[in-house]
Design a binder for this molecule. Structure first.
Ligand code: SAM
Length: 339
């Protein structure tokens, strides 16, 4: 009995030690933000002593916090000199949002409520699309490179005819579709998304000189079945993950319903090969839950089941190979075996 209690105590101590260790980096980020140390570091690199003078803090404590942030990759340290990483500079530079760490911590504060009730901490899924319209430019910038890679891979696999009819479902900025248009001279694009998001995507298409080849389709993917869209390629990029498993299955089926024989459904997302413990994918799933209520990361096994149920051929992966991106593409042909 005594031994069991001691073992329990040891286990509890190890748990607390691990949790405290995991919380060290957020605590250091918060302390650096609240004291102004992050801003001082972004202004100019220096030793702990220099930075302490400029921020009015103690040099030893500054060194301790910065070493923690250096180990986590937020700060660079060469000998005794600290400098901000590019990411930290972007976050605390002149265009920065005020107090980004405070904002992130407020967001994660919503995890308990979400776990209890399923209510998101912030809802991205308004029916007019205001929330996603507001981040349209950011999404275009973040996804332009993988979208160009996808277009190149589809050309290599002979899946992008020059007159391809493309439907981009949950299109956001439309970057996935417009990159395909850049590669196929007579291709056309239908954007399926919420109204405010479509407006922003059309403005972007105009800026790119592509507006005559782009039109808006339904404002809800659930209306695709009655829209009589015929597509050679249906793109589902980063949209299945805003849906629960059952809705994502229906979304894949709706995309398959638009694709003509010989065409293909292309899913692009974070797609772990199997459900399981993968910190990046699990953290993204938790974040998606807090942003959407029931969105999550789906595994390749899930997608394979949904492609099969939608009458598509066994999907094959297209590796986008963009450094720093976990996005993968899965392609399922309609009415012909995958090549
Ligand atoms: C995470 S964003 C991805 C945007 C874009 N595909 C990309 O990768 O940059 C998800 C998009 O799905 C759209 N969306 C969410 N629910 C939708 C629905 N029911 N019908 C159509 N679009 C929807 C959102 O408005 C948003 O633009």
């Amino acid at each position: 009995m005594g031994r069991a209690v001691a073992a329990d105590r040891d286990g509890a101590r190890r748990f607390v030690a691990l949790a405290v260790r995991h919380l060290a980096v957020p605590a250091a980020l918060q302390a650096a933000e609240e004291t102004g140390l992050s801003t001082v570091l972004v202004d100019r690199a220096g030793t702990a002593g220099d930075l302490a003078v400029r921020s009015g803090l103690d040099a030893d404590r500054v060194r301790t916090v910065l070493d923690c942030l250096a180990a986590a990759g937020y700060v660079e340290r060469q000998a005794s000199r600290y400098s901000a990483s590019a990411a930290l500079s972007a976050v605390y530079g002149p265009m920065a949002a005020p107090q980004p760490i405070a904002g992130a911590l407020r967001f994660w504060d919503g995890a308990t409520t979400w776990l209890r009730t399923g209510s998101p901490a912030i809802s991205m899924l308004d029916t007019d699309g205001s929330a996603y319209a507001a981040v349209s430019d950011e999404l275009a910038a973040a996804h332009r490179q993988p979208a160009a890679a996808l277009a190149a891979r589809l050309v290599e696999h002979d899946l992008l005819p020059s007159r391809a009819r493309v439907v981009d479902i949950g299109a956001g900025s439309g970057v996935w579709g417009t990159e395909l248009l850049e590669r196929a001279a007579e291709a056309s694009l239908v954007l399926v998304d919420r109204p405010r998001v479509q407006e922003r995507a059309m403005e972007r298409a105009e800026q790119l000189g592509l507006a005559t080849r782009v039109r808006c389709g339904p404002t809800d993917w659930r209306d695709l079945a009655s829209s009589s869209i015929d597509a050679d390629i249906a793109v589902l990029a980063n949209v299945c993950h805003v849906e629960s498993s059952s809705s994502a299955a229906a979304l894949v089926a709706a995309a398959a319903g638009c694709v003509v024989p010989g065409g293909a459904v292309v899913v692009v997302d974070t797609i772990p090969e199997a459900p399981g413990v993968d910190l990046d994918a699990s953290a993204q799933a938790l974040q998606l839950g807090l942003r959407t209520g029931s969105g999550t990361v789906h595994s390749e096994l899930d997608y394979r089941r949904w492609f099969h149920a939608a009458g598509l051929a066994e999907p094959f992966p297209l590796e986008l190979e963009v450094p720093g991106s976990r996005l993968r593409a899965l392609v399922g042909r309609h009415g012909s075996r995958a090549g």
